[in-house]
Design a protein around this ligand. Structure first.
Ligand code: KG4
Ligand code: ZN
Length: 360
């Protein structure tokens, strides 16, 4: 075990906490400088979307290679744009899972090397919990709240009782909501990533045109299932091939409504069961315009306030890693340099502290 020399701890007591944060779990290489878990000094995101578009989805090996190319220029830019020097950095926060192992390795190895060279602590951060922490970059919110994380790889509900305590309440049993958007978009002939394309086309369509299924909608479980609704689009297209533009808009609007309504209904149940009056919706799918609209409408009717980060903090970014990393650091929850990346959420449910792999 390598022990990091925390030579800057006396400085941290007196001044604000400045973290370098790194995110490389999927197809965005990102670095940020974050102060006190809340103030964004810089947040650089280099997206690989245009490269993966050609293949209709993220190719893990290409993602890893691109991260290798981009990671240092992105970090240098984040430091430069923040107007800090390397000596000002009090710790390095990094995503250590869940995500693509090869992609995570690039960010994690870089973070370890930087923490070691600078003589500051390393903070391994859970990507999904960090999505919810993005809210602290823009809003002050009281605890507890229910957090819905909706991304390309995950759809989960949490009870968040402090800056660093997250209890999973439910999760998808099959596809994530973002995955359901992306896969349906693919069969509809739309480019990757499909969520945003469906969102655009849905704006002109009829949400009630096609009654796509809403799994578990009338059950009290806080789990989700999106593979059925995705398959129903495939069956619908078999019966109604080659939709014209108007029909495509209706399919998108109806499909989006089925997903969004399920997400909102389950979030309302979670808020009621846990007697909370605030909800945070985070992750890439939280950019969806209908989810942003319907969640506010329906949850506010129930007396629950809805907080959603700005789109730039919903999709993958290092600022959110620096936010959770900052709160973990303040609690003394730092990591050894020997930590390893993890690809999936594990185990299924339970209480967990920020950044711990045990409750992804
Ligand atoms: O959080 P994120 O950037 O990466 C993961 O951690 O997965 O989420 C990416 C997901 C993709 O599935 C993408 O299609 C979806 O977010 N997404 C959207 C929208 N913008 C991004 N889904 C629906 N509507 C959108 N406007
Ligand atoms: Zn994400």
């Amino acid at each position: 075990m390598i022990v990091v020399n925390v030579s800057k701890s006396s400085k941290i007591d007196r001044m604000s906490l400045t973290l370098l944060a790194i995110e490389s779990s999927c197809d965005e290489t990102s670095a940020a400088i974050i102060e006190d878990g809340t103030k964004v000094r810089s947040n650089i995101v280099a997206s690989q979307i245009d490269i993966h578009k050609e293949y209709g989805g993220v190719v893990p090996e290409i993602a890893s290679r691109k991260h290798v190319e981009l990671i240092m220029p992105v970090i240098d830019k984040a430091i430069k744009e923040a107007g800090v020097s390397k000596e000002d950095i009090d710790g390095v926060a990094v995503t250590n899972g869940p995500g693509l192992i090869g992609a995570l390795m690039v960010g994690l190895s870089t973070a370890k090397a930087m923490a070691f060279a600078l003589g500051v602590p390393l903070i391994g951060v859970n990507h999904l919990q960090a999505h919810m922490s993005a809210i602290h970059l823009e809003h002050e919110i009281s605890f507890p709240f229910v957090g819905l994380v909706v991304s390309g790889g995950h759809t989960s509900l949490y009870l968040v009782s402090s800056y660093t305590e997250f209890e999973m309440l439910g999760k998808t049993r099959d596809d994530a909501a973002g995955e359901a958007f992306d896969k349906a978009a693919k069969v509809l002939g739309l480019p990757y990533p499909g969520g945003i394309e469906i969102d655009k086309l849905a704006k002109k369509g009829n949400r009630e045109a096609i009654p796509f299924p809403r799994p578990f909608m009338n059950s009290s479980t806080l789990d989700f299932s999106f593979s059925g609704v995705k398959t129903s689009v495939v069956y619908y297209l078999r019966k109604h091939p080659d939709p014209n533009q108007e029909e495509l808009q209706d399919i998108c609007a109806s499909y989006q409504e089925a997903i969004v309504e399920t997400l909102v209904k389950k979030t309302i149940i979670a808020a009621k069961q846990n007697d909370v009056n605030s909800v945070v919706i985070a992750g890439g799918v939280a950019c969806n315009s209908r989810l942003r609209e319907l969640s506010k409408e329906e949850l506010e009717k129930e007396g629950v306030s809805v907080y959603i980060p700005s789109p730039k903090y919903c999709t993958d970014n290092a600022a959110m890693i620096g936010s959770l990393g900052g709160f973990m650091f303040q609690k003394g929850d730092t990591s050894e340099l020997g930590i390893t990346p993890f690809s999936t959420s594990r185990p299924k449910y339970g209480r967990g502290r920020g950044g711990q792999a045990k409750n992804a």
